[in-house]
Write a protein of this length. Structure first.
Length: 193
């Protein structure tokens, strides 16, 4: 897996998968098309996550997550425009996005980082996150669609801070990823009919 090349060791992780009744190619294409705003649950969780940022940097938070009130799709492209970046891609098989941040801060503390800096980044006080989407042939012509999130903190203090943050956020983070897989599955199956 390409995610192993960028974050082979990590402090925290979460993985989910689902079966998609479509070809791996259709499922992979749906990863880029899927709009997270199609889910009321994801909209609610994104809104709740943005509340602390509104207290610290209201204009930046609103602009980053809600686009000045306009309804913009929240796709992989939009996510990469909001602080994540494409770290690696094995076309038709795996997409890896990454970011560096102080996620425990109210604003998310995203640090502008170039993909080439990611692997070697070790400045204390930060955490690196890699998030992948992968497809593999499944049973009876179906596809196994999975997503994994890995976080590596750059020092003990960051690890302690992230651990407290993760204890609160992890269940909701998992819900977002499960819901995302559902949206991608629905998109892929609708296109393959």
């Amino acid at each position: 897996m390409r995610i192993d090349e960028h974050l082979p060791t990590f402090d925290f992780s979460e993985r989910h998968e689902t079966v998609v009744r479509a070809t791996p190619g259709d499922a992979f294409a749906a990863i880029r098309r899927a709009d997270l705003r199609d889910s009321p649950l994801i909209r609610l969780l994104f809104a709740l996550r943005s509340v602390p940022g509104l207290l610290v940097a209201p204009r930046d938070t609103v602009r980053r997550f809600f686009g000045h009130g306009r309804r913009r799709p929240v796709t992989i492209e939009a996510i990469t425009a909001a602080g994540f970046f494409v770290l690696d891609e094995d076309p038709g098989r795996e997409l890896v996005i990454g970011t560096v941040g102080r996620f425990w801060q109210p604003s998310g503390g995203m640090r502008p980082t170039m993909p080439a800096e990611f692997d070697g980044f070790a400045k204390p006080g930060w955490a690196k996150a890699a998030w992948n989407f992968a497809v593999a042939p499944g049973p009876d012509g179906a596809t196994i669609l999975s997503t994994e999130t890995r976080i590596l903190c750059t020092d003990d203090r960051s690890r302690r801070r992230f651990r407290r943050y993760w204890a609160v956020v992890r269940p909701f983070s998992g819900l977002i990823r499960i819901e995302l897989l559902r949206i991608v599955r629905r998109e892929a199956e609708a296109r393959s009919r």
